[in-house]
Design a protein around this ligand. Structure first.
Ligand code: SF4
Length: 454
């Protein structure tokens, strides 16, 4: 059967898509990317309402095909989909062929039972991708009051180090030049025992993470351990470290900061730190159950900036969380102004079923829209200024994408996106080139090739 897999969402879900592709190919199905298919697997994201609506729309558009919905699907949202769909939670993707077969026979199926052992979900790389996604843990030990990820993925499970290293090795052997170390919170690697004992219903009175977490040391295998082993793997490749959450990062800083700083200064590791803030208001952060104060995060970022020159900072901001007042939003704007991040992933708050924030009094959507517009305008100004400081820079760039109009896109060691005019046609993806930055814009830099390095 010809199967089309449409993946939405984060790098972890890209990995889920790869798992589904492997299983279906092994079962003899043909994976297709053009419009001519018999079955479609919608590998969905449910972190926000709009992403759920996109999946429902796609399912409705394919009523004449076999439709199976997988990925980060919430069981309490299955009824939003047409009844001819089958449902396979990402943890049950080993049942994807059964689901397709059942739906083909007109039987709708729902596979949501979480397998006891999730460890074998991390498999070596099969495809020789230039960029390979390596999830190091799944689930989360956070209890953010707005978050559906934790409901979908459950408690934190860190994959055994040997499985992670074998996936990285197989990727490098297969020609990978860029490894994305990813999860909901990579700083939580090895902290499975620190899973919050509190469940959703009494999130409100969670003590400040400081007194919960800091006093607990690092697990035997933590993020710094696994990154130290990954950079020792022979080969020319770069590592991008995925999103971290401050409460777990602070445990690493307390117990192992020098090795962490050394890793981020390692020539194989992109100088890139993704640390979601979400709000600049401490009372909103408390209502979100984020477990830190806004200036906590700002001072942590400044600590990293001192130790890692040319560090690229990425953060996430939610606009319109239910308890966010105009003054709270002003606090968010002012802390972003102080932080001057290079990347801000701006989200409009969207209440998710099953979360504490779902039952809170919601902010009017026109106000949410207005606030996210203001945050975007501020970010554009900051990013344009930050990027202007790269003019004249010369250095190595890994070409990892083909751009428009015969251009190439690459990343330098600070993971800055650089558009390269490719007059010299023999440069291709995976090549390392020396570049001089000649122009800048809000979202990227432009440069010319000085020489080809490999
Ligand atoms: S840290 Fe919070 S927002 Fe992130 S996945 Fe965990 S519970 Fe969700």
């Amino acid at each position: 059967m010809r199967v089309y897999i449409k993946t939405f969402g984060c790098p972890s879900n890209i990995y889920e898509g790869e798992i589904i592709e492997n299983i279906l190919s092994e079962a003899g199905h043909q994976i297709t990317i053009d419009g001519d298919f018999d079955a479609i697997v919608i590998n969905m994201c449910s972190v926000k309402g709009p992403s759920v609506n996109s999946a429902v729309r796609l399912a409705k558009q394919n009523s004449d095909k076999i439709v199976v919905v997988s990925g980060c699907i919430m069981e309490n949202e299955v009824d939003k989909f047409p009844d001819y769909c089958g449902f396979v939670h990402s943890y049950c993707s080993h049942l994807i062929t059964n689901a397709i077969e059942s739906v083909r026979k007109g039987k709708s199926v729902r596979f949501f039972d979480r397998p006891k052992n999730l460890n074998d979900r991390l498999v070596p790389c099969r495809a020789s991708n230039l960029i390979s996604v390596v999830p190091i843990n799944t689930g989360c030990n956070g209890i953010c009051s707005y978050c559906s990820v934790r409901i979908v993925k459950g408690k934190l499970v860190s994959y055994p180090k040997k499985l992670v290293l074998s996936r990285v090795r197989s990727a490098i052997d297969g020609g990978t030049k860029e490894v994305w170390i990813t999860s909901q919170d990579v700083a939580a690697y090895g902290m499975d025992s620190r899973s919050s004992t509190k469940d959703e219903s009494d999130c409100q009175d969670v003590a400040n993470a400081d007194d919960i977490s800091i006093n607990q040391g690092l697990g035997k295998n933590n993020l710094v351990d696994i990154l130290s082993d990954i950079v020792e793997i022979p080969g020319n490749f770069f590592v991008r470290i995925g999103m971290m959450n401050l409460p777990n990062l602070k445990i690493i800083i307390k117990n192992d900061r020098n090795r962490l700083f050394a890793i981020l200064n390692h020539p194989k590791v992109y100088k890139f730190l993704h640390l979601p803030l979400q709000s600049g208001s401490d009372h909103v952060l408390k209502d979100m159950n984020r477990g830190y104060k806004a200036h906590d995060l700002l001072s942590t970022i400044n600590k990293f900036r001192k130790k890692i020159p040319c560090l690229t900072i990425a953060t996430d901001m939610i606009c319109g969380f239910p308890t966010e007042s105009d003054a709270d939003f002003e606090s968010s704007l002012s802390i972003i102004e102080k932080m001057k991040p290079d990347v801000v992933n701006i989200s409009r708050f969207w209440r998710r079923p099953g979360t504490v924030a779902y039952d809170m009094n919601q902010v009017f959507s026109h106000i949410i829209k207005e606030r996210s517009k203001k945050m975007t305008e501020l970010f554009k100004m900051i990013s344009f200024q930050n990027n202007s400081e790269w003019l004249g820079w010369e250095g190595d760039v890994l070409v990892n994408e083909i751009g428009k109009n015969n251009s190439l896109i690459g990343r330098n060691i600070s993971y800055k996106p650089i558009i390269i005019k490719n007059k010299d046609s023999d440069i291709k993806q995976g090549d390392l080139v020396k570049v001089k930055i000649t122009q800048h814009s809000v979202y990227d830099l432009k440069g010319t090739i000085i020489e080809k390095l490999n």
